[in-house]
Design a binder for this molecule. Structure first.
Ligand SMILES: [Zn+2]
Length: 256
């Protein structure tokens, strides 16, 4: 399995990163994308990925709730200095739930990072919370030029189809196991399976079976199980399909 979205570098949550990575490997989660949320965490992702070559893959980007020192030139320099390692730009997007920065600030940061991804032909990892209408407006403008994933997808079939129509995949995590996610389960039962990616967003959004614990990449197996039930596909066959999807979207990650 591949966890396409984790923040295992959050020291407040993971006192022993090596142990967390070992748990993942022991659970057959052999690769993980470590996703930056600002400059410093993007550097951390790159450093960790250097230590765990062919296991961890870093991204660089500013999350819409972490724009205090947003600097697109600094980000581009970091990307260029590590261009052989960085597999995506992210996570970027809109967050109107926390609304830590005004709309125009979020939009400017989002667009400049989309343009960076186009310039270097990299996929995007997109965060969108309570902001679907504004997100889809931007994605439509860039349709045909962008690739990547809208991570932590928690909406229904109509929204899923609009995202897929813009050429992007859906990152599916622990939310799929929650009682209140019936619309998302319905969407997952209907859409083209080639547009689904597996993720945890760990330490957040722990699958319901371990709801009281912090999430970790090892638990991505519960998401795989849930999709397998919903689609009535053999779990090993599903794993092969989802791995292929990941290699297609994140083309710098090579398969076994
Ligand atoms: Zn995230």
């Amino acid at each position: 399995m591949i966890d396409t979205h984790t923040h295992i570098y959050f020291e407040d949550y993971y006192s022993d990163i090596d142990k967390t990575i070992k748990n993942a490997l022991d659970s057959n989660v052999l690769k993980m994308i470590v996703v930056g949320i600002d400059y410093n965490t993007s550097v951390k992702c790159i450093d960790l990925a250097s230590k765990y070559e062919n296991i961890l893959y870093p991204t660089v980007g500013y999350h819409p709730s972490d724009l205090a020192v947003f600097d697109i030139n600094l980000l581009e320099k970091l990307l260029l200095d590590n261009i052989s390692k960085v597999v995506a730009i992210g996570e970027i997007g809109f967050d109107f739930y926390h609304f830590d920065y005004p709309f125009e600030i979020q939009k400017e940061a989002f667009i400049s990072q989309i343009e960076l991804s186009i310039k270097y032909d990299l996929p995007l990892i997109i965060h969108s919370r309570d902001s679907f209408d504004d997100l889809i407006k931007i994605l439509k403008i860039y349709k045909g030029k962008i690739k990547g994933v809208v991570h932590c997808f928690n909406l229904g079939y109509a929204e899923a189809m609009q995202i897929i129509d813009c050429g992007l995949c859906l990152g599916i995590g622990g939310i799929l196991t929650y009682n209140n996610a019936s619309l998302t389960r319905e969407a997952i039962s209907l859409i083209d399976i080639n547009y689904i990616l597996l993720e945890t967003d760990s330490p957040f959004l722990t699958p319901s079976v371990h709801r009281s614990l912090k999430n970790e990449p090892a638990y991505v197996k519960y998401v795989l199980e849930k999709i397998s039930q919903i689609r009535n596909i053999d779990i090993n066959e599903l794993e092969t399909i989802l791995n292929k999807n990941t290699y297609r979207v994140f083309s710098k990650i090579k398969g076994e």
